[in-house]
Design a protein around this ligand. Structure first.
Ligand code: ATP
Ligand code: MG
Length: 253
């Protein structure tokens, strides 16, 4: 199992130039996500409003076919509103402020509370292995990372057994904690290990599993903002593990 997925043998100055370029591209993408979600929302709200009006006032003048088309338009606008909302959440993740220290367990508890219904419905267990550290970061954004990872473990569960999620933190390198979130779900082929972190990238159709494909992109952005790495290890039918690193609480906090 790899310690981290980010080792490469390029010279330091080339790495540095790549890093600057990647950071610039990420900033552009974030800005684009913000503008797209913000500016597209207004015309979309108008479109959705008029389609709903047409449905409530004129439905009896329409043929069955036309009513079906109108329903498709309304469904489409709803999906688009959700995607824009997700894009906005993605651009917000870039503004995470890692400026305080907090016990990691608090972020896990916050995520667990947010998912209490689906945890009960799927009969899932979240198991904390060993002691959890105090880390430096933005508590609510790290809670969001746990929530996105847990909700995936609940969604991509196996049909034959309830989800079991194990969380563990271990010292990593000299100066960080490595957090592991492991599940017993359907897993995926490691050829998709990078793709799963892409914006709107998914391995299944919306009919098979609902979702927009933003959860892991948000998680990666938040961890990047904390100066950490996030990566995954999985095998089809053998569950998936997501690892991320976080700085420990500094002496000043
Ligand atoms: N724990 C997991 N087990 C198996 N597959 C996973 C797991 N987590 C993520 N994936 C795969 O990675 C893809 C991307 O995950 P991500 O959380 O970004 O999006 P999503 O769950 O499809 O939608 P969203 O989180 O935006 O509602 C998923 O569509 C799924 O194919
Ligand atoms: Mg998800």
């Amino acid at each position: 199992m790899p310690e981290t997925d980010h080792e490469c043998s390029l010279p330091e100055d080339t790495k540095c130039a790549y890093r600057t370029r990647v950071e610039q591209l990420e900033e552009d993408l974030e800005q684009f996500a913000y503008l797209a979600s913000h500016d597209l929302r207004e015309p979309l709200t108008g479109l959705a409003g008029f389609a709903t009006l047409l449905q409530s006032r004129c439905a009896d003048q329409l043929t069955d076919d036309c009513r079906h088309f109108l329903n498709q338009i309304i469904e489409g606008t709803k999906r688009m509103e959700e995607k824009l909302e997700d894009l906005l959440a993605f651009s917000r993740a870039g503004r995470a402020k890692p400026t305080g220290s907090f016990p990691l367990g608090q972020a896990i508890e916050e995520a667990r509370r947010a998912l209490v219904r689906s945890i009960a419905e799927t009969k899932a267990t979240i198991d904390i292995k060993g002691e959890l550290p105090v880390v430096e970061g933005d508590r609510s954004m790290i809670a969001q990372v746990f929530q996105n990872l847990f909700s995936n473990s609940l969604k991509y569960r196996r049909k034959d057994k309830p989800p079991l999620i194990q969380v563990e933190a271990e010292p990593h390198d000299d100066d960080s904690w490595r957090v592991a979130v492991r599940d017993n779900g359907i897993g995926f082929d490691m050829r998709y290990k990078e793709r799963v972190f892409g914006v709107f990238q998914r391995l299944y159709t919306i009919e098979e599993y609902p979702g927009t494909g933003i959860g892991l992109a948000i998680a990666r952005k938040v961890i990047d903002r904390h100066g950490g790495n996030i990566w995954t290890w999985s095998e089809p039918d053998q569950g998936a593990t997501f690892y991320f690193t976080l700085p420990p609480a500094t002496a000043r906090s």
